[in-house]
Design a protein around this ligand. Sequence first.
Ligand SMILES: Cc1ncc(COP(=O)(O)O)c(C=O)c1O
Length: 1022
Amino acid sequence: MEALAGLRRPNVTVPLAQTIAQQYFGVSAVEVTELGSNQDRNFLLMEASGNRTVLKIDNAAFALAEIEAQNEVMNTCVSAGVSVAQVLRNADGSLVRTVFDADGVEHFARRFQFVPGTSLLDAHFLSAVMMQQVGSLTGEVSAALTKFTHPGLERASQWDMRRAADIADSLLGSIADGRRRERVRAAIKAARIALTQVGELPVQAVHGDVTDDNIMWGGPQNSSQLTVLDFGDVSTGWRVAELAVTLSSLLQHAAERPLDVLVAARAFHQKQALTSAEVSALWPLVVLRACVLVTSGAKQLELEADNDYAAERIEGEWRIFEEATRYPLDVMRAATRAALHVQITETETAADAAKAATSTKPAKEPQVESGPFSFPKKKRFKALEGSLLQSPVALHRVDLGAESVWMDDGAWLREGAEEQFIREAFSFVGQPGESGIYLPYALERLTRSRINSAEAPKTIPFGIEAYFTQRTKVFAPFDGEISVPAPTLAKRDEQQVVLTASDGSRLVLTGLVKLPQPGPVSAGDPLGRVASSDSQQLNRVRILWVSSRATSRIPFFGGDELAPAYEQLTIDPAPLLGLPREEERPDAAVEQDRRNRVFSSAQERYYVDPPEFERGWKHHLIDTNGRAYVDLVNNVAGLGHSHPRITAAAEQQLRLLNTNSRFLYRQLAEYSERLIEKAPNSLDTVLLVNSGTEAVDLALRLAWAATGRKTIISLREAYHGWSIGADAVTTSAYDNPNAVGSRPDWVHVADVPNPFRGKHTGPDAETYYATELADTLKQLDAQGKPVAGFICESVLGNAGGVLLPEGYLREVYAKVRGAGGLCIADEVQVGFGRMGQGFWGFNQQGVRPDIITIAKSMGNGFPIGGVITTRAIAESLGNEGMFFSSAGGSPLSCAVGLAVLDAMDEDKILENVANVGGYFKDRLEMLMAKHPLIGFVHGAGLYLGVELVRDRETLEPAKEETMEVCERMLHLGVIIQPTSERQNVLKIKPPLCIDRESVDFVVEALDQVLSEVVATFAPAHA
Ligand SMILES: Cc1ncc(COP(=O)(O)O)c(C=O)c1O
């Protein structure tokens, strides 16, 4: 078979290509550059006009019908709106020419549109966003070709995945390295077997090569622009193979986390739904594609040692092979099913059927009380049959999960926490006779989590751990075959006994003594006794029930990446102990769908594939797998998440009273006094509301009421809230693309004094801006629109913690007051100690505003907002009627607010901000010396902004790179997000309790990610 021997590329040199272009296509190319190809020849033709096209000399192996099929496939894709590099029509209307190479061999030749940009192959790391886009694109190609037929599609191709196992096998001999050859041989064999177990796979027209190499990317400026090139492999084939080919190419870009490419599979599945059989076939096909790549690459090099293109690619192809086979096939198939939320429908074993049935059943009446330690309501003990126990044993459920109340107040971080909780739970049991506790199947154990860790901890058990008060006897719950593997360690704790059922499922029990002899047993035969473990001195057994689908070893604990796969491959053994099965919890993707169905798309959400957070502690967020992330974003939880003092204050007040400020109660005055103590002397009156938006709205009303004027000046790039009033002074193009042009006539927008990229950046910048503002004030006066107020953040928070030029507010406030206006400092983000220089952001500028707006960290997550101003200004509101806000200043809000102020002192928050903030900024500045991508480190205290630029001269914002950094940092356990209207500043505004250990962890992660992102984008920058 010619295809199997590998195809020699046409013998066409650059000068010959130039001649062909001229003779056959009438194109006078002034510059011809060869582009890579495995089997054809591609040349970039540049004409004197600058027009660029691609000349393709097809391999002589192609028949005309095949070439025509390719052309029609391209047209079909274009009609379906898929972006492809189109074949160009010649002057006479034809698409194809016949040409001769240097050996006189006849070839077809065509000219194509040149697509500027870079090949995705050159990108180092692809984030979830990019992978999703690629999967979606492949899905669109596949969907466009669903009904396409053409005689030219029926061709024998080396790349037809239906023949992949045979082709790879036949080329195996070309792999010189014996060890590698054997690994490939084994992988082919395993994938071949796996494919025989899936059902019928649908066949249709396929592009066959939608890979990183054949996708052009618009580069950072146009990152969502992806174009498919090279239709040279179109043929009929398995529909799912289209996706398998794409996924295998993405494996090179997945930073040793092969499961990350499944986000592309999910995107494909949304465009072109796969059958259950296709989902099962997907990973075996990914493996086979990798095998074909490495074997064909080896063969090509054997044929043409001078094929630099093939030589260069072979290492990447081996990387694909390594990633495709990093985890066993059964695990990857299960992971694929879990990622696509596709149930198993092929031939199932009894155990799988049992698992599938329970997993699709509607949620049952909960059998146990909620809470960390609860008792089954119904004791549904069966007799011997199907049970590990001879008689019922009262086993109490112990929940050490992320949402368990036992984990409150950071208890999970205590040294030896898990064992302590187990002992504590055990001590409660204290019943005479046999009883005990159990830690449920697939319920994460937060006690196994770690903070400041780039790797996901192994928190999820795939079986049950049960502790008994006595050395309970355990029996075979079903007939089967016993085996007793030799323990890996000499510890008795590790000793296992395995009971294999006739359906192939395996019950693995660890921690028994008095084990039976290997061989057949019947239900009810003894399997041993639960023994006290060496380490804990408690009678403990681990019960792992592995489905017959699992061919590889399943660990007892795993991390978030593989957990969905292991959960597919194991069965909850609860019924074997007479316990109810654990209720299945929807994963984060399901939760995301649920949210999308009920929430507006205008509502912002972080991340493409967000983790689900259900707990926070200090400056850490904990997801439902028990993974802890350092939180650099939640400035609202100023003191730290779940602060015990705040929780206690809120709880206590809710027990006592919660009403509104029309009534008389002590906390209102007490809290207001405490706030006034923090404010400059003349500001002696407080108005309490519930949010920053309300505070800003109220501040604007106060300025109007006090001055009898309407005009408000706000700065460009600002965010002040969402209500009609607060939004009117919000000018950030990110929050409102038409911001500047669409302000109501009472808002005047002044230029933002951004010292990094503003109009004036020199030493006297403040005077320039202040002079400009003075002119504006005069003009407004002349137009009969005198200023009522000037509003700005005391540090440009929304721009990324950008510090105002020194003296700016002093000069501007003086000018505004001179014109009869009031000065409003929006301290919603930068107040409450965040800037590290006293309590207020305006301390940076040494000024005293007339009105201060506060919210966010004021309530540490509880909704409180307020305005602090002078009595005279506040009184002016009375002229407009009474002011009242139902929950503003309620006893509850005041109790929380007071607790926040107390805790700030108690936790020495201001000292921490000065100490850790300074350290953080120093370390980031050191990173800036290493990474040219960092244009500047803004901010002070714990409001910092790392501005990423493509060029330190032009300051071109590195928006896409910033997004990539954020996605990648998530993988490493850090929550960070872009800000500014250019979305190119990494905003760093963590809870103020962050410590140096976490700062070190974050800076090291950022260092690594910046290098990776630069490697991803560098080809695009070149
Ligand atoms: C400076 C500033 N002002 C006002 C607001 C609005 O606050 P809230 O979201 O509490 O309404 C925000 C919110 O991000 C803000 O950053």
